[in-house]
Design a protein around this ligand. Structure first.
Ligand code: ACO
Length: 330
């Protein structure tokens, strides 16, 4: 047995924040943002809405499609870099919100690659026979943690809020489902894209000094991220295809982490895969980190771009650095 997607859903907050809205807060322009990232708008939560609340909305949509109720679930995996609290994680908050039985709830902290890592764990548990109905969620509240001034403009214009979810169930080996997943990390690049505070390396009494220095905002070496991302996305697609004995031509749809349109365009060009076979919605939602793949998959399903028998590659790269890919037969 292996895991197949029984349901997929997504949720984005109502509030649309355009590039022009950001230009009223910082020294930037719509044309700079569109040219560098492809992003025109993103969604921001209302204060207090938070990651577990959005995760619940996406989870309910995925469960509806799968035809299951919270009491049918036997495990929760929650991927996020923007949890409601330092601890406990969003997994247990979601268990409580859904009113599930006292099932296990695991939090995944691999940033943009969170959904792929979570999918690998869910697939492994299902292959082992340990669980039969796993809820996998990727959700992010970026907006509350961004420096929305000119100092933080390189990062602030890229990210958005949202959530996506999937219900995974067992499927026969030769039936639809996850064929293979590959996972990688390279921690020597941890500080190329990171957020240092809150930290447990120094006493909390020193936090105000760190906050005064802006070290509680995400920091990014954009050029290094771009360079590594374009290389690792391509490698990950090729590696997972090789594992399942397929080629780039066999792929019906690539569902990449929505980092930045320029990154996805460059990856498509290097792979020789035309834009029609690469899902891109970063233009409307910005980069929603662990939520971006399930949101993109959910939209692609709604648009009829995913059909039974299709070969999909879900692929991500992000902070860590971490990267990975899953080959999925729909
Ligand atoms: N508006 C206007 N000007 C800006 C902005 C902004 N929002 N942000 C930075 N600038 C300025 C810089 O200050 C710099 O000014 P200077 O020349 O006076 O010093 C100038 O624009 C050029 O900056 P560069 O960093 O050289 O611009 P670059 O062309 O490299 O583009 C970018 C920056 C868009 C961040 C690019 O490096 C990139 O796409 N990197 C990938 C980052 C990414 O996608 N991260 C997503 C998260 S990681 C992931 O999900 C995989």
């Amino acid at each position: 047995m292996h895991a197949k997607f029984a349901g997929v859903g997504h949720f984005v907050p109502e509030r649309v924040v355009t590039n022009h809205d950001l230009a009223s807060l910082m020294d930037t322009t719509d044309s700079w943002i569109v040219e560098r990232t492809g992003i025109s708008e993103r969604r921001f939560v209302r204060e207090g809405q938070g990651t577990s609340e959005m995760g619940e909305q996406a989870a309910r949509a995925a469960m509806k499609m799968a035809g299951v109720t919270p009491s049918d679930l036997d495990f929760i995996i929650f991927a996020t870099l923007s949890p409601d609290y330092m601890f406990p994680g969003c997994g247990v908050l979601l268990q409580n919100r859904l009113g599930c039985a006292t099932i296990g709830a695991l939090d995944v902290r691999t940033q943009c690659t969170g959904f792929i890592y979570g999918l690998a764990v869910a697939d492994a548990f299902i292959r082992m026979g340990m669980y039969k109905r796993i809820l996998l969620v990727g959700a992010e509240t970026q907006s509350m943690g961004l420096d929305l001034t000119t100092r933080g403009r390189d990062i602030a214009v890229i990210f958005g809020d949202g959530a996506g979810a999937a219900v995974l169930v067992p499927s026969e080996d030769d039936g639809p489902g996850v064929m293979e997943t590959i996972l990688h990390s390279e921690g020597s690049h941890a500080k190329e894209l990171w957020m240092e505070v809150p930290t447990c390396l120094v006493p909390t009494t020193r936090t105000p000094e760190l906050v005064a220095e802006g070290r509680h905002f995400p920091q990014m070496n954009g050029r290094e991220v771009f360079r590594h991302a374009t290389r690792r996305f391509v490698e990950a697609v090729d590696e997972v295809l090789e594992r399942v004995g397929k080629t780039r031509d066999d792929v019906d749809l690539i569902v990449p982490h929505q980092a930045n349109k320029r990154i996805s365009d460059a990856v498509g060009e290097r792979l020789g895969i035309p834009p029609a076979r690469i899902v891109q919605n970063v233009q409307r939602f910005g980069n929603t980190t662990a939520a971006s793949i399930p949101i993109a998959l959910s939209e692609a399903l709604q648009e009829g771009r995913v059909q039974p028998g299709h070969l999909l590659v879900l692929v991500a790269f992000g902070s860590g650095f971490t990267w990975g890919a899953s080959a999925v037969r729909w």
